[in-house]
Each structure stands twice: as C-alpha cells, then as structure tokens.
Design a protein around this ligand. Sequence first.
Ligand code: ADP
Length: 497
Amino acid sequence: MKKYIMAIDSGTTSNRCIIFNKKGEVVSASQKEFTQFFPQPGWVEQDADEIWSTQIGVCVEAINKANIKPEEIASIGITNQRETTVIWDKKTGRPIYNAIVWQCRRTSNYCDYLKNEGYTDIIKSKTGLLLDAYFSATKIKWILENVQGAREKAENGELLFGTIDTWLIYKLTGGKVHATDYTNASRTMLYNIKELKWDEDILNLLDIPKEMLPEVKDSSGYFGKSKSKFFGDEIDITGVAGDQQSALFGQLCLEQGDAKNTYGTGAFLLMNTGDKPIKSKKGLLSTIAWGIDGKITYALEGSIFVAGSSIQWLRDELRIIDSAEDSEYMATKVKDTHDCYVIPAFTGLGAPYWDQYARGTIVGISRGVNKYHIIRATLESIALLSCDVLQVMEEESNKKLRKLKVDGGASANNFLMQFQSDITNTEVIRPKLLETTAKGAAFLAGLSSKFWTLEEIKNLEKNSTIFIPNMNDDERSKKLNRWHRAVEYSKDWAKED
Ligand code: ADP
C-alpha cells in the first residue's frame, strides 16, 4: 500500500528531504547544510560528491524519522537549485571539477564578449534568457577549457553534464539514467524553449559537444528507479523541476495569469503565461514552467535582489528592530509612512529599472519622520518593487494578474501581505504550509505515479490566509506615483563622478 511521496529539495545552501502523506501533510523532514567554496572573489563552488552524500543522508534520515517502510513510498520528486553545473566522467561517475554554482560570476567577461559580438538577441529569442554568467552554458565551457584533458574527453564522449537534478538522478539510479526535465533544461542557456531541443547554433558557438547533455523529459513523468541499496527497496523517480518552477506548481498556479512571489532574502516572481513563451522587452526571463504529457507551460520570471534582506538591514545595521518579526508590529504603530520612501537598492535595481548603479535611498524625510515610518516604508518597498515587476508581467503577457500566491520567510508578515494586496489590487493568498518548493516536486511526482489526481491535489490546500485588497484607486495611484518618483532619486548614484 503506497502511503507517501518523498520530496528531495536540493537547495543552494542545504539539502532537504520531506515526506508527505496522502493529505499533503508533512510526515517528516530532514535537512543538512553543505560546504560553499569561494576560491576567488565572485567565484562560488560546491562539491558535487558532498551534495550527493548529504542528500542521500537526509533522505534516509527522513524515512527513519517517519518510521515508514520504503515500499510505502509511491515515488520520489526532485527539486533543485537551478543552473549550477556539474561535469563528471562517464566511466567513473566522478566529477572532474567542483560544481560551479549559479551565483558564480567567473564567466562574466566572456558573456560581455558575446554581448559585444551581438549575440544578446539571438540567445534571448532561442532560450528566453538574458545572456549572463548566471546560467549553465558558459560554466560548462569554462570547465572544458580550464580542466586539463576535459576538452579532449568531452570530444570523445567520455564526459556528462548535468544540473543538480541530473546529478542526483544519475547517482540514485546507479549511473543508469542521464536525464533532466524541461524546467532545468530551460535554465542552461543551451535549450531552445520554442523548438524544445538542445540548440545546435548555441552549442556550436560555445563549442559544447551535444553528447554531454542529458535527455530532456516531462517534469511529471518516469525518470528511473533508485537503487535498492539506498532505501532498502527500489523507488521510482517520477517528478523533477527547478526550485522556482516547483514552487509555482506547489502553489497551484496552474492557470494563465496565476503568479507566485517568494519573499526570501531576495524575491522571486513567476507568472504562468500559458502555452506560449513571451519575449520580454523589459528584462524579465521567459522560461518553461513545466512539461506534462508533452505539453509545455511557460512562465515569465523576475527577481528582486533585495527583499527580506532589507529587514535584516533594519535589524543589523540601523538596529531599529530586534527581530524581523518585530517589523510588523512596529510598522502598524503609525498610520502611514509620512510620505517617506525607502528604496533598498543596495546592489542596484533589477527589473524593470535595470540600474546597476542605483543605491539605497531614503526620500521625503521631514522633521516628523520617525523610526516606525522608516520601518513601514522599508516593508512597503518590498511590495512596491514586487508590484513593479508584476505590472511588467501583466503588460508583456497581456494578462491581468489573477491572484498572487506567496511564500518565503517574509510572507509571514501580515502588514506586508495586506499592503501587497492593496497596492497590486489583487487577492494575496498565503498557504498554511510554506514548503511550496518541496510540495511542487511532490505534486509533480505524485501526479505521474497516480498517487494523486490533479483534482485531489487542488483540494489539498484548505487553510490558506487570504488578503483582500482594501485601498481605493486614488490612494493606490497616488502611492505608486510617489514611489516611482522616489525611485528616480536612487538611480545612477554609484557612477563615478
Ligand atoms: P532564504 O530562503 O532566502 O534564506 P527565507 O525564506 O528563509 O529566505 O526568509 C528569510 C528572510 O525573510 C530574511 O531576510 C528575513 O529578514 C525575512 N523575514 C523573516 N521573517 C520576517 C517577518 N516576519 N517580516 C519581515 N521579514 C521577515
């Protein structure tokens, strides 16, 4: 009798395993951090073998904690940090270099070179992505060019490439399966998201042999079986998706115009745009949301560099709050921000402004402004920046935002969520169980192993908190106008005089 789904959530800083029961409840969870390496400024690496060993460790721990038998697990779903690049030897299964992490900037100069050569538009129209070091493609090229003997081995078909999902599938299946899903493939900057194939032109441009690349499969479908030596029985792997797409699915943003925002250190917004990719003119990414039964759903993605970390700034640098949670109570001690705006452009501004020289700015300080106004304005800025991205998504997709599902640490803040609802004039829905990334992988896996039907999944989430917009149009447009004016003051600041 199958009673559980095992979700593997392999993140940027830690590996997690969550076991869900039929009601979608967490039966057990286990988590372990792994080492980050910073060999040079701007470089970030991880040890792929350590990722594997900690991941398998937490999976076994979660099974033991739940005190269940492996035969009771219907299937495994995998979700993972995206873009991070592993290359390993086909014969030995050993990585030939550390995993190069998505955050790593080592190939920035090469990306600038490609931009100068005029490849930006071609890359964008084929992959939906901006030409950037963030994605896997130039990381693969770097390894082939900088690890001794790698280029030759790759040409001889002796090396395999994978993002973390592919690496974990390969290890779980004892080296039998070399595969990824559409969502992860769409983040490599090598995958043509319209033609649904590895793009020969880009592979030629970067000199990457196609034989290294994994087979691309549906996000919800059969990938292979885990070896019985790991859990005591073979378990099917039946769902795979990159973390943000997994969260979109876990939040059940299944209709065109549904969107989710994850409020963590930064914020990640994704909107379901249906069966066609949208080429953004304002710096959003177009990406594959998931592939199910060979049918592709696309999404627009925008990120905000500073969200929850602005609250850490209030706590650790300004020291006007003791804890992130306090910001909610403090913000409600005043009725408004006293026309004061905080623009937390600590590292520049992302979509839709794209100004790397912008810096944090407080505008409109009059004699009456106190710390509560500043705290309130900082919280509001998170929602205002999200609102700016959502507006671009609406414009470019030509779809009205239907509702906004939220998750991530800062979504616990009720003031922030109510203001988000007010300023976007949309219902904001916060599920009780915030583990949406793992939930997405579980849903994708559970659907294809017939553990759940889609109808059942839709009925699992009952205890969401819903924030209803409660701001009149005049007030909203006044607030947005003032905000947009305030943002102008933050621009260009870090440019040399
Ligand atoms: P990440 O996954 O990026 O580490 P989390 O989802 O764990 O982030 O969220 C942590 C962030 O959320 C921190 O930046 C913290 O300041 C912020 N945060 C946590 N709780 C609250 C709260 N109640 N109000 C506002 N911000 C919060």
